[in-house]
Write a protein that binds this ligand. Structure first.
Ligand code: ADP
Ligand code: MG
Length: 583
């Protein structure tokens, strides 16, 4: 299965999220910026107004001081105006009458002209007022104005008859002096303010853009972090799921890295190969695994497909059969990561398969043998009869007598073979009783003692206890089984040796095992699976039926025969039999 998702999936963000973030953030920052600019503008205007106000106040104070000590004249006021207007950023200072006619101006040639016409001069009171206007030369002007009241709030002229306005007007325009309401205007240069405003607006916009970007990246980071967390949670869930599958499947799983080191293996694999995952991880597969598995991984590398093989692997001296599948693992980009080997233990299946084949063969052989044996037995007894007759008749002719004796012996051998064959072919009936096995062993050993001794074989039965060991068996049949096993052992030890017999009890399974070992020639690995086959023999005069009968009898008891053998060392046959009757 190919994983179609890449690891970077969590970084991807839907374009709608980006658009949404913009839609939310842009109006907020635009509004904030506009508000900011407006506040700054208001502050500037307030500052200008205050400046204008302060100027007017100081001018009034100057006018007042002049009026106190001296006789006021238009010239003095005019001079005061011109001095005050020399301060920086002041475009003009002027005083008008209630119609807007200029009474005093820092530019004397404008005296007598009209100041701005679209202004209601009569409505101007003592409160400070301001406005922005554009001069005829296009220059922006911030104009601050109010009623000109040099005595305002000071109480200095309160009790005099003449207010300073009256004084000023009566001096400057004595003929027109009727209306004391005059207005003072201060024109402030707005250029520096406009420049500063422009700068600060630019700065505000820049700040807004920076904040917008920070906000935007904040939102994106939150989304990415959230996606990352979700992706990680999903990943760990998937990992836990696949880990538990890998750990619990009854199939052995082995992962070898591209450098040939073991990366991991699951429980089933540990059990099958009898190795520990902890001790094997990071070590070279070639140092740990059976060579057959290492060879398989190499073969998988060369093959483009999944390799499926049945291989025999020796595990702790036992020959196991594994169905294996080996494949090569690549990542999404096609990089070679290593090998995956799956193992299924089919040793038992192979055993059962063989057993079934053997039974099938036996069944057909059995019915055939029974028919043939019957046909042969009758003529054989006639032949034996004749041979006995000839032996008697030519007892004085040694040559003929010997021939007759050979005939009798061979007929007897044939009879034996046929007897075994019939024995084998007949359905096996066993009469099981609870019997002391030690008794049977002693009796059967007695029967071979002589033969063993003549071949230089020692019988070692010292592990047999004196007290009885009970088994639920057919005495005669098991006697027959033991004889067959002893004879095979004796025949295997052509140059003498030790025949050892001992019993093991298995209390858990309620069985006993009668073990017979020899120090003979042993059985080659290739033959060990066939020794129970009828007619399998490696001996010149063997029938190949001995172990087949042994197997059949023990099986009829509900038992098992096991053979372990090492070539040139010897063989151990174990007969596992029920210890007591099944309830
Ligand atoms: P036979 O003894 O007639 O050959 P069996 O069925 O008794 O037939 O034995 C089959 C074969 O198993 C023998 O020919 C021999 O090769 C092998 N075999 C059995 N028992 C032993 C043993 N104890 N040591 C070595 N080989 C054995
Ligand atoms: Mg035999």
């Amino acid at each position: 299965m190919k994983d179609r998702h890449t690891n970077q999936d969590w970084i991807r963000i839907s374009p709608w999220v980006i658009v949404g973030a913009f839609i939310v953030l842009v109006p907020i920052f635009a509004f904030m910026t506009m508000k900011n600019v407006k506040t700054q503008q208001d502050n500037m205007i307030m500052l200008m107004r205050e400046k204008g106000d302060a100027l007017i106040r100081s001018f009034e104070a100057g006018a007042r001081t002049g009026a106190m000590g001296l006789n006021w004249s238009g010239i003095q006021i005019q001079r005061l105006i011109m001095e005050t207007a020399e301060q920086p950023d002041i475009l003009y200072i002027l005083i008008t009458d209630h119609n807007g006619k200029i009474l005093a101006h820092n530019q004397p040639m404008l005296i007598g002209r009209m100041h701005e016409e679209n202004l209601d001069y009569a409505a101007i009171d003592e409160r400070i007022q301001s406005r922005q206007i554009t001069r005829s030369d296009g220059k922006p002007v911030f104009e601050v104005y109010r009623r000109f009241i040099p005595s305002q709030g000071r109480g200095l002229f309160r009790h005099r008859r003449m207010t300073p306005e009256d004084m000023l007007l009566s001096h400057m325009f004595p003929e027109n002096y009727q209306q004391p309401a005059i207005t003072i205007f201060v024109g402030l240069d707005m250029d520096p303010i406009v420049k500063t405003m422009r700068e600060s607006t630019k700065q505000s916009i820049l700040n807004a853009v920076i904040l917008l970007l920070i906000g935007f990246s904040g939102i994106i980071s939150i989304i990415v972090a959230y996606n990352y967390r979700v992706a990680r949670a999903n990943l760990s869930r998937i990992k836990a799921f696949s880990d538990s599958i890998v750990e619990n499947i009854p199939v052995g799983l082995l992962f070898i890295s591209e450098s040939g080191r073991i990366v991991t293996m699951n429980n089933a694999c540990e059990k099958m190969l009898r190795i520990s995952c902890l001790e094997s991880v990071s070590r070279y597969a070639a140092d740990i695994l059976p060579p057959q598995l290492v060879a398989l991984s190499q073969e998988a590398l060369r093959s483009s497909e999944i390799l499926i093989r049945e291989i025999d692997v020796p595990v702790q001296g036992k020959n196991m059969l594994f169905e294996t599948s080996a494949s090569v693992l690549h990542d999404d980009d096609g990089h070679f990561l290593g090998y995956i080997i799956l193992l299924r233990d089919i040793t038992e299946i192979r055993h059962l398969k063989r057993e079934m084949q053997r039974k099938e063969r036996l069944a057909s052989l059995g019915s055939l043998a029974a028919g043939v044996a019957h046909e042969i037995r009758n003529p054989l007894s006639s032949i034996k009869g004749f041979a006995t007759y000839f032996k008697e008749r030519y007892k004085d002719v040694p040559e003929d007598k010997d021939t007759a004796e050979i005939m009798i012996r061979e007929v007897e051998r044939l009879n034996r073979v046929i007897g075994q064959l019939l024995e084998f072919a007949r359905p096996m009936n066993v009469q099981q009783r609870t019997i002391d096995v030690n008794g049977i062993l002693r009796h059967s050993l007695g029967m071979i003692r002589k033969q063993a001794a003549s071949q230089g074989i020692t019988i070692d039965a010292q592990d047999l206890a004196d007290e009885p060991v009970y088994a639920y068996i057919d005495q005669d049949r098991i006697g027959q089984v033991l004889l067959n096993v002893y004879l095979n052992a004796i025949e295997a030890m052509t140059n003498g040796g030790v025949l050892k017999i001992w019993i093991e009890k298995d209390e858990v399974n309620d069985t006993i095992a009668i073990n017979v070992s020899d120090t003979g020639c042993g059985i080659p690995g290739a033959d060990i699976g066939r020794v129970f086959d009828p007619y399998f023999t490696t001996k010149q005069s063997g029938t190949g039926l001995g172990l087949a009968i042994v197997h059949k009898i023990v099986e009829a008891h509900g038992g098992q025969v096991k053979i372990a053998s090492t070539e040139e060392k010897g063989t151990t046959v174990s007969l596992i039999l029920p210890a007591k009757e099944e309830e």
